[in-house]
Design a protein around this ligand. Sequence first.
Ligand code: SF4
Length: 377
Amino acid sequence: MAGIYIHIPFCKQACYYCNFHFSTLLSYKEKLVAAIAKELFLRKESLAGQTIDSIYFGGGTPSLLSEKEFYIIYEAIVENYAISALKEFTFEANPDDLSDTFLNWLKHTPVDRLSIGIQSFEDAHLKFMNRAHTAKEAYESVQKAKQIGINRISIDLIYGIPGMEMQTWESNLANAFSLEIDHLSSYCLTLEPNTVFGKLAKKDKMILPLEENSSSQFERLQNLSEAAGFVQYEISNFGKPNAFALHNTNYWKNESYLGVGPGAHSFFPGQRMWNISNNQQYILSIEKNELPLETENLSIADQFNEYVMTGLRTMWGIDLALIEKRFGIEKSTQLKKDLAKHIASGKLLAKENVMLLSKDGKFFADGIASDAFIVNP
Ligand code: SF4
């Protein structure tokens, strides 16, 4: 099984924390959609013979596509890939785009799952992050989508916003659960260097998020989501049973995926690729039938580290039998030695042949994984 990811690199405005590839210059949209359709054709051999079980339109902001533009891309997928066994089709949207008209045409497409970028139900925080929508629009967008019959809905929420009180975070979570969504992705605000927040922080011009607030909000997120019937199946992802995101789960389980569009990443066994993160250069290159991508062949050490890192972030953990099979018995023995102290401290649980993070251990996932990393020879 394999997945297809389509990157729609346009946004109405730049959110101050955002580190994704996007442009606010929408005049290239038509040409870019044509280029994405052509890239899908040019790369069809990369998934030849493979059954596609998930499609994901992400960004950027896919909800800036018109119905016509959506179908140009979708038809290119249908023509070039085996999607008859498709199990999930996710479409990312921002609340301010989800008008009745938009939802009506989307409802009649094969999209069966909506991922809505809400981030907060507080106007002050939305303004602080330069989001393009209001709290009211956020709330109503989910209600409207459900009323129209789109039942699989995920929302994104951000915690660790400077100055955000625990009470506000709890109220954000209560709002989310009251909307009866079946999936929540929740991330801590990070200040990436090339973002507005990152630049302000570097110049000491913004109040920094406090680590202790972020940690306590993460803990509350774990507890309240569990009480609301969600399973934390990955550090930042919470789903109702049977509503885990297939597309993301495939990433974490090292399944192949093809990423199309500027800035999109692809993964095939032993290989990672990424497209140029520049819309105009991407269009020019595709128009000349040239793929604007770079390829990295993953060493055994890279593959091992990636498996440990992604596996530990999930509820499925890392499988020692699989490590033995893929990387040899010495690697599995070394891993047990490297992680023994975390088992002793209770941050890591060892169950039969599987190691997984405990609830406490989820606060230290990156550090624990790096203790097991091997270095390239
Ligand atoms: S809408 Fe999403 S992709 Fe666009 S700037 Fe905001 S966070 Fe980034």
